[in-house]
Write a protein that binds this ligand. Structure first.
Ligand code: NAD
Length: 511
């Protein structure tokens, strides 16, 4: 079945933040929409609010009044559910409660035609479970929009155990016709985005808890080196710690306590303290008007003269960094011979610089018999990154650290020194995101393409985690995770079997 034609009537239940947004999206796409809420007057208030939002766009010259009038004319409020009887598709966006959702879908089944498609916008409940008592569960699916629905591009089309391929495909094509980026997912806890994104918060929280650095610095590194739009702490403050902690707990419980999803005591403490983030005025950061903006801790300028940079075994990940060094006027000399394990090394005199591989600097310095080792972090693009994290082995002298600082500063990068932490910040985060996405693919939750698309369109990641892992080389990502697992002795960092198998068989996630 192709997308629903614009002549199809769309019913939306729940005129709150999500329902009103979804109704707006469908009306903008040309459908007649009936918006129902069981609070008298709430549906009308929802439509009045849509008008106000659209008129703001008219005031900014981004829309014309005639289009607003047409969209609003297509939206009809209803205080009684009976008004949805003739809908071709009903999307439910009411309170997140399984029993209440089940009751509403039972009512709809009694009311609507047997061909009416039924969809839930639930973020965390099982579609299979919501549909369990329906007479025709095969026509029910999840249609998971993101907040705010008119702006956020992604829609996860979630298939429960009974959902037919035709129903999922029709909803997918309809979401695309509405201007969205659609992805298919099977109904598993967190679907794609709320599952694969967990390590973005979890690794940040872990780094903070272990004193690797402070929140503002970790945020700055994920933005300036990782290319993420926001760091985990400012993002959690924006989402609200009550909401973010509840999602983490629900995914953790749903996966029977898998340590990959373990909630953080750091976040629990914020919830207990009522420090919920922006909405309560304080979370990791203080949002009082008088409060100073949080600043990352970067190294002071190091005025050390730089010797030639000797490169042993450069690879494609590091090539842009070396180009940048050359452009910055450094003398870059390439040496033929490789390290035994093939990992590249950069030398500034006696100082050895190396990309992190998930081991801490102390371990590598001891294993490789190095007096001065400084590990540096992964960057999304070494050509443009404006900051980088470094960690030194216990054997490195203050002069060696100064030299490393001077090297990166010379190329225009801010330098953040972390305590000697395995995987540093960006590498550890990206490896864990890719690992989670790989497991989702392995378990048939989504394809690699949809997994990456979901993370880019749903949470604005600068690159799909699996495509990122492909570009780093899967053996490197697998090795990094294995080293993290050894460093902590924890299952949490175990490498996904699919990552391992692809690494061994030299296959990538994408062609
Ligand atoms: P909300 O509280 O803003 O709105 C819910 C609306 O549903 C309210 O207006 C309420 O009066 C109405 N309602 C409750 N029970 C009803 C019933 N039995 N019949 C008719 N109307 C009823 O909630 P929201 O944030 O819009 O979330 C709605 C759904 O969307 C939830 O399932 C939530 O998990 C999901 N969701 C939320 C977000 C988000 O960021 N807020 C994002 C994606 C999905």
């Amino acid at each position: 079945m192709p997308a629903l034609p614009t002549s199809a009537v769309i019913g939306v239940i729940g005129a709150g933040a999500m329902g009103a947004g979804i109704a707006q999206v469908a009306a903008q796409a040309g459908h007649s929409v009936i918006l129902h809420d069981n609070q008298p007057g709430a549906a009308k208030a929802g439509i009045d609010n849509i008008r106000r939002q659209l008129e703001k766009r008219v005031a900014k010259g981004k829309m014309i009044q005639g289009d607003v009038d047409n969209i609003i004319a297509r939206l009809q409020p209803a205080d009684a559910i009976d008004a949805l009887a003739d809908s071709h598709l009903v999307i439910e966006a009411i309170v997140e409660n399984l029993e209440i959702k089940r009751q509403v879908f039972a009512q709809l089944e009694a009311l609507c035609s047997p061909d009416t498609l039924l969809a839930s916008n639930t973020s965390s409940l099982s579609i299979t479970s919501i549909a369990a008592n329906l007479e025709r569960p095969e026509r029910m699916a999840g249609l998971h929009f993101f907040n705010p629905a008119p702006i956020m591009k992604l829609v996860e089309v979630v298939s429960g155990l009974a959902t037919t391929t035709e129903v999922a495909d029709t909803l997918y094509d309809t979401a695309v016709a509405w201007g969205k980026v659609a992805v298919h997912a099977s109904s598993t806890p967190g679907f794609i985005v709320n599952r694969v994104a967990r390590p973005f918060y979890a690794e940040g929280l872990r780094l903070l808890q272990e004193g690797a650095s402070d929140a503002a610095t970790i945020d700055a590194l994920l933005r300036q080196a990782g290319g993420f739009r926001m760091g985990p702490f400012e993002l959690m403050d924006l989402i609200g710690h009550d909401v973010n902690y509840a999602v983490t707990r629900s995914v953790f419980d749903a996966y029977y306590g898998d340590t990959r999803f373990e909630p953080s005591l750091v976040q629990q403490a914020l919830v207990e303290a009522g420090r919920l983030g922006r909405k309560s005025g304080k979370g990791f950061f203080d949002y009082a008007e008088s409060a100073a903006k949080p600043q990352p801790t970067f190294a002071e300028p190091a005025n050390t003269e730089l010797p030639a940079l000797v490169v042993q075994g450069a690879n494609s990940t590091l090539a842009p960094l070396l180009e940048r060094a050359q452009k910055a006027g450094l003398n870059v000399v390439y040496r033929e011979s490789l390290q035994q394990d093939g990992s590249p090394r950069l030398y500034l005199g006696d100082l050895v610089l190396a990309l992190s591989d998930g081991r801490c600097a102390a371990e590598r310095a001891v294993n490789e018999g190095l007096d001065a080792l400084v590990l540096f972090d992964l960057c999304l693009d070494y050509r443009n990154a404006s900051a980088i994290a470094l960690a030194a082995s216990h054997t490195a002298s203050p002069e060696a650290r100064q030299l490393a600082t001077a090297f990166f500063q010379h190329m225009g990068m801010d330098v953040a020194w972390l305590t000697d932490t395995p995987g540093l910040v960006v590498l550890r985060t990206v490896a864990m995101l890719a690992n989670e996405a790989a497991d989702a693919v392995l378990q048939g939750v989504c394809s690699a393409k949809d997994g990456d698309l979901a993370m880019q369109a749903g949470v604005n990641y600068p690159r799909g985690p699996l495509a990122w892992a492909d570009s780093l080389g899967l053996p490197f990502v697998h090795r990094t995770l294995t080293h993290l697992q050894q460093s902590y002795g924890e299952e949490r960092y175990r490498s996904s079997f699919l990552l391992r198998r692809n690494a061994l068989s030299e296959e990538s996630f994408h062609e």
